[in-house]
Structures are given as structure tokens and as C-alpha cells.
Design a protein around this ligand. Sequence first.
Ligand SMILES: *Cc1c(COP(=O)(O)O)cnc(C)c1O
Length: 400
Amino acid sequence: MSAFETNLRPDLQADLQKNLDLRRSQGLYRSRQIVQGPQSVRVNIDGESLLSFCSNDYLGLAGDDRLVKAWQQGADKFGIGAGASHLVTGHHQAHHELELALAEFMGTESTLLFSTGYMANMAIASSLLGRHDSIFEDKMNHASLIDGARQTRARLHRYPHNDTKKLATELANCPDQKKLIMTDGVFSMDGDQADVETLTDLATKASAYLLVDDAHGIGVVGEQGRGSLAAAGLNINANTLVMATLGKAFGVFGAFVAGSETMIETLIQFGRSYIYTTALPPAIATTLQVALKIVQAEQWRRDKLQDHIARFRQGAAQLGLALGPSSTPIQPLMFGSAASAVAASQKLRESGLLVTAIRPPTVPEGGARLRITFSADHEPQHIDQLLATLESVCRTKQAG
Ligand SMILES: *Cc1c(COP(=O)(O)O)cnc(C)c1O
């Protein structure tokens, strides 16, 4: 035996292996691909250049030179690490300025930066309510919203996707004092949108809190990319929080929550995933200040995305492909079985196109799909190339 024990106890080893083997036999095994070079619509994987339709870099900012420069300048000024959590000495001027700029952008009193959207969602529900309360979630909500609810040990009610009638009934029948409705603004795997207007009304009538997770809405929908509420002509009410990520359309990293000062102070005091973690590097905050300006100013990026979406949907309709009802850059192409979605993804890859298959448990059983996403960095001929390849790949493969 070597200086340190390298082998697990045999029964533990066998147990882990059994679970891995099961995953593989179900066609659900996930593996990571190693990307070389910067994120863009062309990615290099294993020395192969692929045209990608699977990033969340909707506005094409992840490789933007101005952001690279801002990051370098921020690092020159502030160094790399924040050094501590926000409540110790990690809260820098750069974070403060970004929070003020984001509050103005969102039209709210306050915003709060988090290191990731996942962590923001872990903080929200548990800061607002506890085990004797109720949480209402759309069945297609992102995993982080489900995990955030579990953290509270509150009663979890999951309503059918976008079924606000069912939700209204459940809210009316719920005797609990405190209620929280949580929804994706733009659903991450389907690309369709929540009816935020009705949800806002329901929350107000039921005196419930409302959390809109706009990870895929921010930067993409609404005037200047202000997100799902803005797109519906709504403001952020006193009972409402919006969570949005900064690693998707903003092209950088991080997340924020927007709401009233009271709600945001509540997160600062009680949000464990806010309190007990190191602050984002301040250079990321300075980079995000530049990203925010670009997101607001460069409407042409959103316009170009809309052109891509229209071009793709029109082409897909001509081919008879089964798309979901989405008008966002997330366009799911439904296959049903995990194996057929994986096979299609593999065929696309052989043609130089990268489109990931999304399988259970990320989507419901029987809901395996190709999740196609567009970026402002795509050109119209990229969309045409995708359609042409899908035509040959899907002619026989796709169910429905
Ligand atoms: C990506 C995503 C998150 C998590 O955000 P990160 O900043 O990547 O941790 C939360 N909610 C939704 C809907 C997402 O798609």
C-alpha cells in the first residue's frame, strides 16, 4: 500500500460504481468537454472547431474585447481576490457602484450581488419564510429554485407549467400566513415565458411574495434588456424580487437580486449563501459595470437575436420540426427519448455543429430534447447551416 490510501473500502467503491453504471445504462451519463480558447459561436473542442448552438452567451459578450480590457484594468487597480466575504472586508467600492447601477437599470430601490445565481436562489426563500409556510413553484422551474425551496423546509406546491388557474386555486386554498411564488421568467429549458402579469396579480391578491428568476430574460427581453417584468410593462413591486444572472447575456459571471430596500436588507441579514462566502472579485464588478452599459446601449444585439429566432422558426416550420412555443433565443427541439436526442446531437457533431442534448432529470421523463440557443455573434448563414443539417439528421429520427 502506498503512503496514503488510494482505494475506497471495497463495498463503498462497489456502491458508487453501481450508481455510475446505472446512470450510463439509462443513457443519462454526463461528461464534460474541454474547450480550448475563448467562448464564442466557434468553439474548439479536442482540436476540432465546432459551430456552437448551446451557450447562454446570448448577446455575444463573453469574449468582448472591451470586457477583457475592463477586467485587466480592474485587476491592475484592485488585484484579483476580494479577500473576504461582503460582510467582512470583501465589499469593495466596485461592488457598491455596480449595485447602484443595477438598481437604476431595474428601477428598484436596491440590488444585491451574489457570486452565482444558484447561490442567490439558495438565499431568497430561506430568508423570507420558514417551515410553517408555503412555496409555489412552476413544474418547469430551474433546479436552483427547487433547491432553494427545500432549504426552507416549507411546504412545496408545484403547479403545472404556466397553469396560473391551478396556482390561483392552490393559493386560495392555502391557509399558511406566508407564501412565496417562484418562477423562471424565461424558462431555461423551454424558452417560453411566464405570465408575469397574472403572477403579479395573484401574488398581490394572496399577499404572497413573488420571485422571478430572470437568468435567461435579463439582457435579452424588455426595453434595454431590463428583463421579463419590463417586457410586460411591469415594475418590481414591494412584494417582488427579481433574480438575474450575470454569466449569461451579460457575458461575465455573478448574479444579483433586485427589490425593495427592506427585501434586500433581509437577504443581507439572513441569506446564508450571501453571508458565508467570499465576495466576487472586484475586477469582475468593474467588468460588469461596462457590460451593463453595453447591454443597455447595443440594442442591435437584441434585434439580431430576434432575426435569428424568426429565421430559425420559419425554417424549422418548413421542415416540420417539433419546436416548443418559444420566442426567445432558447429553442427546444423535442425528441422524447434520451437516446434519440443524444443520437441527433452526435450526428450534428459529426457535421461540425455543437448542440447539447438535454435529458432527464434536467427535463421531465420523455422530454429529452436538443436545446438550441442563439447568440448575437451568430450570422444568418449559421442559422441556415443549422437548418440544413437538422433536415438531414431529423428526417427520420424525430418523434412527433
Ligand atoms: C443558470 C441559471 C441559474 C443559476 O445561475 P448561475 O449564475 O449560473 O449560478 C439560476 N436560474 C436559472 C433559471 C438559470 O438558468
